[in-house]
Design a protein around this ligand. Structure first.
Ligand code: 3HC
Length: 289
């Protein structure tokens, strides 16, 4: 495998492009237009420059990795790719449209994979050119730091597809786990009930934002508190995953917390927009209640 296409240059797509380029792959990074793809690449350049300053990599490593990332405006340029990873917004209709568009140019041997955090892979595969060459490849944020990839096969995914994507994931230095195509796969099935419960606790006045986060961070030795992590993931994404878990299982334990719904309705979706449970616009996050 030589060339990897990444569709979506947001935080996940840019992270996937970065680690792929650092592992030596040629990367085609696309978004809805060239400017957004370039913005994603500029973010990668910033992170790699910080790594140079901290003496984690050399300036030559940074320049070589950046030189391997080519920004493209649309998916038409993906004809050359051996593997295309979709990391667009977590909306099924948008992902389906992308698969149909990229399917028109993809080679007969190329693999198409989705970084979806919770949409069923077997259903998404129906919009791909060949469900045997389609699967889920779920990275974690921040991609350069997190050591895991979950692989999810759909009903029609071929063994050869899984083998190729597993070898690719290992070549990035990530640990691989295999999950069935069940709502939330493994990590989000376990994580989202905790984040959602923190929203219930806040909504019911159990404690303040700062105390809920401090309690979990220090009491359970987690790297960040659940409300910080929810802001970091995006409250809209958290809500989408809760809904997939709730609708996919029918189990009321997954019902979204009313406060989470309200924050998303208010447009306070976390770090990416400057406000969620915290105000992220200053040098340090400040709890909003
Ligand atoms: N991109 C790249 N590197 C980053 C980064 C980012 N966005 N944020 C931090 N880092 C790097 C730093 O450069 C630093 O690297 P160094 O040790 O080589 O210098 C290292 O991570 C540690 O960073 P900091 O010292 O600044 O801060 P922390 O020690 O607090 O670590 C954290 C930051 C790694 C983000 C840590 O808080 C953490 O692990 N948080 C939990 C993250 C998590 O749970 N992610 C999973 C979310 S769920 C998901 O993604 C699934 C989806 O489907 C919802």
């Amino acid at each position: 495998m030589k060339t990897v296409g990444v569709i979506g240059a947001g935080q996940m797509g840019a992270g996937i492009a970065q680690v792929s380029a650092q592992a030596g792959y040629r990367v085609l990074l696309s978004d809805v237009d060239q400017a957004r793809a370039e913005k994603g690449k500029a973010g990668i350049a910033k992170l790699l420059t910080r790594a140079v300053e901290r003496e984690k990599i050399t300036a030559d490593d940074r320049d070589a990795a950046l030189g391997r990332i080519e920004c493209v405006g649309g998916v038409e340029a993906m004809a050359d790719c051996d593997l295309v990873i979709e990391a667009a917004t977590e909306k099924e209709a948008i992902k389906r449209q992308i698969f149909e568009n990229v399917g028109r140019v993809l080679s007969d041997t190329a693999i198409l994979a989705s970084n979806t955090s919770s949409i069923p892979i077997t259903r998404l595969a129906q919009a791909s050119p060949d469900p045997a060459r389609f699967m889920g490849v779920h990275f974690f944020n921040p991609v350069p730091v997190m050591g895991l990839i979950e692989l999810i096969r759909g009903l029609a995914t071929a063994n050869a597809t899984v083998d190729v994507v597993e070898a690719f994931g290992r070549s990035l230095g990530k640990e691989i786990v295999h999950a069935n195509d069940a709502p939330g796969f493994i990590v989000n099935r376990v994580l989202l009930p905790m984040l959602n419960e923190a929203c219930f606790a806040l909504g019911e006045g159990v404690a303040t934002i700062r105390d809920i986060d401090t309690a979990v961070k220090l009491g359970l030795n987690h790297p960040m508190g659940p409300l910080t992590l929810a802001d970091f993931i995006g409250l809209d994404t958290c809500l989408d995953i809760c809904r997939v878990l709730f609708e996919g299982t029918g189990d009321p334990k997954f019902r979204p917390a009313p406060l989470l719904v309200k924050y998303v309705e208010a447009g306070w979706v976390g770090k990416k927009c400057g406000r969620g449970f915290y105000d992220w616009t200053g040098p340090e996050p400040v709890p909003t209640r």
